[in-house]
Design a protein around this ligand. Structure first.
Ligand code: GAR
Length: 210
């Protein structure tokens, strides 16, 4: 069974979705550890309650990004993960860190990339007046929010939406597609070629359009 390590910074609801799928027997992975860069991340309690090893590495205790990322990699590597899963991990990673986990580092981003990389994606989608928004799971590369796309889900933007209502609609889809992406990885169905992802045996329905 594949080993995964999940990195969080806060609530950890995407991590929770993976724990739930694992518990339901639909995600054949060993969640070896959950690591947070914020000691007060609520998700750490959730993970510990599920019997998962947890670590908090406070980024403020390190001299800079390089030192933090070296310590983070040391902590991750104790678990020899096949895949490192960024689930609301709100730190920019150094190129050296990204290189170390090339091809085995996932992120989820709350927009349909390449639209709206960066922060405040839901408010920016509302400000632009787009009618379709969503979320993306991608392999992480050195360029922020730009790696090869594994899976996306789209949601409608509804008249009267606030940032909160739109975020909630997108989050429901995040909880569906992130475990799906990890499942594909665990099943060895993902191939990376020319910076694009191929999913062996994926059906059109898997793509996740509403
Ligand atoms: C999620 O919406 C995720 O897409 C976003 O943070 C939230 C974390 O929620 N990630 C980013 O914005 C990364 N740039 P969670 O802690 O409940 O999973």
């Amino acid at each position: 069974m594949k080993n995964i390590v999940i990195l969080i910074s806060g609530r950890g609801s995407n991590m929770e979705a993976m724990i739930a799928e694992r518990d339901a027997g639909r995600l054949p992975v060993n969640i070896a550890a959950v690591i947070s860069n914020r000691p007060d991340a609520k998700g750490l309690e959730t993970a510990a309650a599920a019997g998962i090893a947890t670590h908090s590495l406070d980024h403020k205790a390190y001299a800079g990004r390089d030192a933090f990322d070296v310590a983070l990699a040391q902590c991750i590597d104790e678990y020899a993960p096949d895949l490192v899963v960024l689930a609301g991990f709100m730190r920019i990673l150094t190129p050296a860190f990204v290189r170390r986990y090339e091809g085995r580092l996932f992120n989820i981003h709350p927009s349909l990339l390449p639209s709206f990389p960066g922060l405040h994606t839901h408010q920016r989608a509302l400000d632009e007046g787009v009618r379709i928004h969503g979320c993306t799971v991608h392999f992480v590369t050195a360029e922020l929010d730009h790696g090869p796309v594994v899976i996306q889900a789209a949601v409608p933007v509804v008249d009267g939406d606030s940032e909160a209502t739109l975020a909630a609609r997108v989050l429901r889809q995040e909880h569906r597609i992130y475990p799906q992406a990890v499942r594909w990885f665990a099943e060895g169905r993902l191939r990376l070629a020319d910076g694009r992802v191929q999913v062996d045996g994926a059906m059109a329905d898997d793509a996740g359009l509403v």
